[in-house]
Design a protein around this ligand. Structure first.
Ligand code: ADP
Length: 498
């Protein structure tokens, strides 16, 4: 098996041998029911570990612990520079153990260990340090008031930015550690406490992260982690003791979160699905645009909410460009994430493998032609060949729906008619790519695209300081950057008659 061929770090081996329990109020505890659930290595379908199966009762306990840490302190009352120091420490501990986290992530999720170390873990560390810096820089303002009905009165008015309270955070399996960092770091910087519900497919790195909060010296109850399934997420989203819920995942579940949150009208932020357009003009630097466009839909095996899976290519270069993309895609090295040579790993789970396979079948049945790929790779594990579809129509499911696999649908466009209308013809609006050497065209197109992020002459151009989130049904609110602090603070206006 993959785990035998590619030896694990001692720390990873010891960690997965368990017990892998819930972090509640500073203690590692089994689920109230005593139940556990298995997590699998997607490269071979074998069980890695048993993890505590948290349910509503465990969510109740975790929320109570987070409430206590918030309402009674010390967290919300702690000086910003103390919070800064603790959050920064998480970043440093992650950096020190980047290889351990990277390997554990690769084992649980299937992605390449090298990428899980260099991208997922190092970026997660960076996110903690970035928000550590914000802890001391969250400021209100003074306001000059001039009430027309009290012309002679004098006032001193100001705003305070205060934490929201207990934050329920529900995350997916595609970037398990990184999504935990995006969620937890800004919440803590602003003085909130957290209950995190990792995805059931990939609970391991969140639990290892939980150990770091202990090690860094966080007070108990500031960060609580409840591993479990959708019912645990639903309990968290509905809980009256939770003041805010932040969710990353499917648009379908996002709508359920909104409904569940309506009971106490807790604040909601959502980072949901996408079907992002990637637009290549004939004047693009094709040496960059070919590998860049492959990266757009194939990074993380296509299991990215931002994946550029609708590839619009100007008609004069369509043949040449799609052939080159197919050629590059067909040459990637497929294998288990623990293999240092691997560029494309397995889908995360049997369910995801089945879903992507179903879309491949639908695309072919609809009449699409696969320039490369179109089927399963190998006969063990959840591997799918990278697939480039042409001869597609806008109404095909492979063009409209989020597949979350290494599958792209390429379509020609005529430059004079503009491409934005086609690109914007989606219920989603998360991200978009534009490739051109013409600066004015780049800016014009970036403005026309209805997407929360537009990347020009690159794809996946994320930065910790840049706000990220969706237009349309891709979400509510913006994570990363200073924008995330808006999700985790509320403004109080104080007006004093002098
Ligand atoms: P994906 O389609 O990427 O698996 P999901 O939206 O199904 O994403 O899941 C993302 C996260 O939401 C996971 O942690 C999952 O357990 C959780 N989840 C699933 N169903 C619900 C629900 N009804 N309420 C709250 N959380 C849920």
């Amino acid at each position: 098996t993959a785990t035998v061929e590619f030896p694990l770090h001692t720390e990873v081996r010891e960690f997965v041998s368990g017990p892998l329990e819930l972090l509640i109020g500073g203690h590692w505890v089994p689920a109230a029911s005593g139940r556990t659930f298995p997590t699998y290595d997607p490269a071979n379908g074998e069980k890695i570990a048993e993890v505590s199966h948290g349910e509503a009762e465990d969510v109740n306990r975790a929320v109570a612990a987070a409430r206590k840490a918030f309402d009674e302190g010390p967290w919300a009352a702690m000086k910003p520079n103390e919070r800064e120091r603790l959050i920064w420490r998480i970043g440093d501990l992650l950096s020190e153990r980047a290889e351990i986290f990277g390997q554990l992530e690769a084992l649980d999720n299937g992605k390449s260990a090298a990428i899980a170390t260099a991208v997922d873990t190092n970026w997660a560390a960076d996110v903690f340090r970035y928000y550590a810096g914000w802890a001391t820089k969250i400021e209100g303002s003074t306001v000059n008031v001039s009430m027309p009905f009290a012309p002679d009165a004098q006032f001193h008015a100001y705003t305070l930015r205060e934490p929201v309270g207990v934050c329920g955070q529900i995350i997916p399996w595609n970037f398990p550690l990184l999504m935990a960092a995006w969620k937890i770091a800004p919440a803590l910087a602003a003085g909130n406490t957290v209950v995190l519900k990792p995805a059931e497919q990939t609970p391991l790195t969140a639990l290892l992260l939980g150990k770091l909060f202990e090690e860094a010296g966080f007070p108990p109850g500031v960060v609580n982690i409840v591993t479990g399934f959708g019912d645990a997420g639903a309990a968290l989203a509905a809980h009256d003791g939770v003041d805010k819920v932040a969710f990353t995942g499917s648009t379908e579940v996002g709508k359920k979160i909104v409904q569940a949150a309506s009971g106490n009208l807790k604040k909601v932020s959502l980072e949901l699905g996408g079907k992002s357009p990637n637009v290549v003009f004939a004047d693009a630097d094709l040496d960059l645009a070919v590998p860049g466009s492959v990266n757009a839909w194939m990074f993380n095996h296509g299991q990215c909410c931002v994946a550029g899976t609708r590839l619009y290519v100007e008609d004069t270069i369509f043949e040449e460009f799609t052939q080159a993309v197919a050629q590059a895609a067909s040459q990637v090295k497929i294998g288990p994430g623990l293999d240092p040579e691997t560029q494309l790993g397995p889908m995360v789970s049997q369910e995801q493998f089945d879903r992507v396979s179903r879309y491949l079948g639908e695309g072919l049945a609809d009449g699409a032609r696969a320039l490369t790929g179109g089927k399963r790779w190998g006969d063990t594990g959840y591997f799918i060949e990278p697939t480039v579809f042409v001869d597609v129509k806008p109404e095909f499911s492979i063009v409209r729906e989020e597949i979350f696999g290494p599958v792209v649908a390429a379509m020609p466009f005529n430059a004079e008619q503009g491409v934005a209308a086609a690109a914007n013809n989606s219920e989603y609006g998360l991200a978009a790519g534009v490739w051109t050497r013409d600066v004015a065209k780049a800016h014009r197109t970036a403005k026309e695209l209805k997407a929360g992020s537009v990347w020009v002459n690159q794809y996946n151009g994320f930065d910790t300081a840049m706000p990220f989130g969706g237009y349309k049904q891709s979400g509510w609110g913006r994570e990363l950057g200073a924008a995330a602090l808006d999700l985790y603070t509320q403004t109080k206006s104080v007006n004093i008659a002098l």
